[in-house]
Design a protein around this ligand. Structure first.
Ligand code: DSN
Length: 432
């Protein structure tokens, strides 16, 4: 089926580049831990004429006329998200994960306030208070991270830091932490110091939906997420929150409003203008897909695949940060190797395995080269791969890394083998 006939006629340059990217993704193993594949249905909603729509405000409270149908679309997205995550309140307007997190700061804090979060090199996100991001420039990050000796959170240390620093908010969420996060433990600490607890579940939302990762919603004041990554929706963000503010006080300029209203206000008009209704429609479609048993099985299989891949790589003698995984990602640890994470990621990519170089706990190398490579299983799982296929993936990774100083012929052979292997699978949104 010709997917983009109009584009092909009107703009061959862009059409050809999309085709090339599509071909590239169809012939390589996409192992970026923050990616997966959106379905044709999600892509169709996102590519619809809703692109043109302006509807500043919220359903039934817009600044424009003519919103009967888009109100229903936004309400459907909200209701489906409430059902999916059992959340009291949902805002689906953030343009992406970073704006969603920015809205949380605006709803809860004053400039300069202390925020506990993981620095990027420890596995956190830019918006959790990292120094070059607005969150580290306008607010004061109190850093925490996994213990370099075992790659896991040391809750006693985190409690000690929290009690000394008394941050107003604690972020719990990661981009490179391969273990389960126990939100209740963080909630106990937040309660002791009367801090807000905010989870960022962008990386692990499908695992929570599938019941293979602890659920933050009962323990957190606010939970933010992207709707792309393993959730397989459009490139956007959303915010789940309690309705009431348990620390309601005169602290915040909007403190006469409850928490839900403060979040809504922070998103619009605080940070954004018109909501992207085409993307919100795509989000509603993705939430419907995520409510199915098929999606839950995908979430369960992501973890099974990551564990299988981790064990197969350990059996071949490779080291993993934190010793393994119980999520969707694993981080190869090359601290003892002569080559860097960057060199390894480059060799893997040339061979058809697409990943990213990443710091590991206790890394002695710079963030520009690192000692790690982060590998994720959501995309391969969305293609229908299971444990048997992970054995083959581990073999290819092993062959690339063992021949890293001599990649010429190996690269071409492995690249061809992987392309042939990928052709046996469907790829949502590309070849369903
Ligand atoms: N940059 C994303 C990642 O790859 O983890 C997180 O937003």
């Amino acid at each position: 089926m010709e997917r983009y006939p109009n584009l092909k006629n009107s703009d061959l340059e862009i059409y050809n580049l999309i085709q090339k990217e599509s071909e590239y993704e169809s012939t390589t193993l996409k192992m970026i831990a923050s990616e997966s594949y959106a379905s044709y249905s999600v892509l169709e909603a996102c590519g619809s004429m809703l692109t043109d729509k302006y509807a500043e405000g919220y359903p039934n409270a817009r600044y424009y006329e003519g919103n009967e149908f888009v109100d229903q679309i936004e309400n459907l997205a909200i209701e489906r998200a409430k059902l999916l995550f059992k959340s009291e309140h949902v805002n689906v307007q953030p343009y992406s994960g970073s704006p969603a997190n920015q809205a949380v700061y605006r709803a809860l804090l004053k400039t300069g306030d202390k925020v506990m979060g993981m620095p990027v090199p420890s596995g956190g996100h830019l918006t959790h208070g990292w120094k070059v991001n607005f969150s580290g420039i306008d607010y004061t990050q109190i850093p925490y991270g996994p213990d370099p000796s075992n790659g896991r959170f040391d809750m006693d240390e985190i409690r000690k830091t929290a009690k000394i620093e008394r941050p107003r908010m604690i972020w719990v969420g990661a981009t490179a932490y391969p273990h389960k996060i126990e939100y209740k433990d963080f909630a106990d600490i937040a309660n002791e110091i009367e801090a807000y607890l905010v989870a960022d579940i962008a990386h692990i939302n499908a695992l929570i939906i599938a019941g293979v990762h602890p659920d933050p919603v009962p323990y957190c004041d606010i939970v933010t997420s992207t709707s792309h990554k393993m959730l397989r929706g459009p490139r956007a963000g959303f915010i789940l929150s309690k309705i009431e503010d348990r620390y309601q006080s005169n602290y915040h300029s909007d403190s006469k409003l409850n928490l839900a209203k403060r979040i809504d206000r922070a998103v619009f008009p605080g940070l954004q203008g018109g909501p992207h209704l085409h993307i919100i429609a795509g989000m509603a479609v993705a939430f419907k897909e995520a409510l199915t048993d098929e999606f839950k099985n995908y979430g369960i299989q992501i973890v099974k695949n990551a564990k299988k891949l981790a064990n197969a790589l350990l059996d071949k003698g490779w080291q993993l940060a934190g010793g393994g995984t119980d999520t969707h990602l694993l981080i190869l640890d090359f601290r003892k190797e002569q080559f860097t994470g960057k060199e390894a990621a480059d060799a893997l990519a040339k061979s058809g395995i697409i990943a990213n170089f990443n710091m590991v706990p206790g890394d002695h190398r710079s963030p520009f080269v690192t000692s790690g490579v982060r590998l994720g299983t959501p995309s391969l799982t969305a293609m229908g791969m299971k444990e048997n296929e992970m054995e083959r993936v581990a073999d290819w990774i092993d062959r690339v890394l063992k021949n890293i100083n001599n990649i010429g012929a190996h690269t071409t052979n492995i690249r061809n083998e992987i392309a042939e292997f990928c052709s046996q699978f469907k790829i949502p949104g590309i070849r369903e």
